[in-house]
Ligand binder design. Structure first.
Ligand SMILES: [Zn+2]
Length: 500
């Protein structure tokens, strides 16, 4: 900036001009309306305070993507009969030829801006890949050296980080947290540790001297790692193991996440009745019950035997999906089919409106360029057009999103989900079964004599998605008389012989 000012004052002095410097320093504003120095320059141009505007390059005046800015500058200078001068060339804006060139330069600066953006993005990408420190708050255990632009180990914190990783090799984050607090070790700010913070620290691959890129690649960082990669991996493995352990206790229960309490609508949870008889015999039964049973805020405290609930639900689901042609009908009759059509129409309309607004915007720019409209006339119109454009664009995005949602419930998808269910369900483990069920069902509730299923797609002839399936409790078969049992066994063993 200083150097540029010297060049310009040098030129002005050598030509014997009296001059005034307009220096706006480093500009962050994109449009000229956000740049007070340019505003002052234009104001002074209107009152003809000077006759030549000397600039180091055209881009100094307008870097804006908004062509209007350039038109405003040009018009102001032309009306006041002021020339623009760069060290290389002089522009007389009242002459057609120069007009052309200056307009071109205005557009060039806009392209330049895009180029700069692209260059920046590539620069960051490259720096990421090379493992450079990108700025921002350094993680605990490091401080940023502004001169070398590197992260350096900050020993008082680093030793706590190492300790946390060491502890985490055998402990859960919760235990690590309690351990630190019990031993009077505080956070850098002097607070007690929280489990969340420990988890965050253990997740940070930076401590192993690595960075994970968006592409999934892992690169080396230019810093001294606090833990080895082996240690880091070991802690991550431990985390996975703990997670699967938690899952295992849940793995028996097929309907968690699907079944709801029929009285309060809350999800059900598992309930184990476990006891040891005096004889030493173990007794264990599994149930589903309202998750509010524990704190007694739901009046429903019924326990539903696990196997019974699952049997009833799976049978009900299977009977509903047994007839795909019925489901196709249901889809036709549901609102989804019509809604998709309406949305498609609406999308066309919005697109038309977008095109129109874009066209009007271009016309306005032309009008200003041809002097048929003044700059002031156009400002407001331009603003409302821009608002309209961004509103329509937002609406278009929403509509397209909704269309995708509906298409997800399209009949092809439904049939696919059902086929998958039929093929895999019976031979899958509980976790997989649950996943398959969840693809079909939103939720379900089990009452004394009926089950209510909320499907994710229309299943009834009227296009609705809720099925009420009554069921009859399997009655305990009366014990057959001894005599008839024996004759039955005899009959079944003899049966093949009769056929011969
Ligand atoms: Zn409840």
């Amino acid at each position: 900036m200083k150097a540029q000012e010297e060049i310009l004052t040098g030129i002005a002095t050598s030509r014997g001009w009296s001059f005034e410097v307009y220096n706006e320093g480093i500009v962050s504003g994109v449009t000229i309306s956000a740049r007070p120095v340019i505003q002052q320059l234009l104001e002074d141009a209107r009152t003809r305070k000077f006759s030549v505007c000397l600039i180091i390059e055209f881009e100094r005046l307008s870097r804006s993507q908004d062509l209007l800015d350039w038109l405003e500058i040009k018009k102001t200078f032309r009306d006041a009969g002021i020339k623009i001068q760069t060290p290389q060339q002089s522009y007389d804006l009242s002459q057609a030829e120069d007009d052309f060139v200056s307009d071109l330069l205005g557009i060039l600066s806009k392209r330049e801006k895009l180029k700069i953006k692209e260059r920046c993005r590539r620069g960051i990408e490259k720096a990421k890949r090379e493992g450079a420190y990108l700025g921002g708050l350094p993680p605990m255990g490091y401080i940023a050296n502004r001169n070398t632009k590197r992260l350096e180990v900050y020993e008082p914190e680093a030793k706590i980080i190492r300790m946390i990783f060491k502890l985490a090799e055998t402990m859960s984050p919760y235990q690590v947290c309690r351990n630190l607090n019990a031993n009077g070790i505080k956070t850098p700010k002097g607070h007690l540790w929280r489990e969340r913070r420990i988890r965050q620290i253990l997740n940070l691959i930076t401590y192993a001297g690595k960075r994970k890129l968006d592409t999934g690649d892992i690169v080396d960082l230019k810093l001294t790692p606090l833990v080895t990669m082996e240690q880091y991996k070991k802690v991550q493995m431990g985390k996975k193991e703990r997670l699967t352990r938690v899952h295992d206790t849940n793995a028996k229960y097929l309907l968690t996440g699907i079944l709801r309490c029929p009285y309060c609508g809350r999800s059900v949870c598992s309930w184990v009745d476990k006891r040891t008889f005096k004889s030493g015999k173990l007794y264990e039964r599994h149930y589903y019950t309202c998750s509010r049973k524990r704190d007694a805020t739901c009046s429903e405290s019924k326990l539903t035997p696990m196997d019974k609930a699952e049997r009833i639900l799976v049978n009900a689901v299977k009977s509903v999906i047994a007839y795909p042609e019925k489901l196709t009908m249901a889809y036709r009759n549901s609102g989804a089919y019509d809604e998709a059509k309406t949305i498609k129409d609406e999308i066309c309309q919005v697109k038309d409106r977008l095109d129109e607004a874009q066209k009007r915007k271009e016309n306005l720019i032309d009008a200003v360029a041809n002097n048929t409209l003044s700059h002031e006339d156009v400002r407001d119109k331009m603003k409302s057009l821009n608002d309209q454009l961004s509103y329509s664009e937002g609406k278009l995005i929403k509509l397209e999103k909704r269309l995708r949602e509906i298409d997800g419930k399209g009949i092809e998808n439904v049939i696919e989900v059902i086929d998958r269910f039929r093929e895999l369900f019976d031979n899958s483990d509980v976790l997989r079964k649950r996943e398959l069920l969840k693809a079909l069902l939103e939720k379900a509730a089990l009452y004394r004599e009926k089950i209510i299923l909320h499907f994710r797609f229309p299943v009834n002839a009227d296009g609705s998605n809720i099925v009420v399936a009554p069921f009859i409790e399997r009655q305990r078969a009366p014990k057959p008389a001894l005599e008839s049992t024996i004759s039955n066994i005899l009959a079944s063993t003899l049966a093949p012989n009769y056929k011969n």
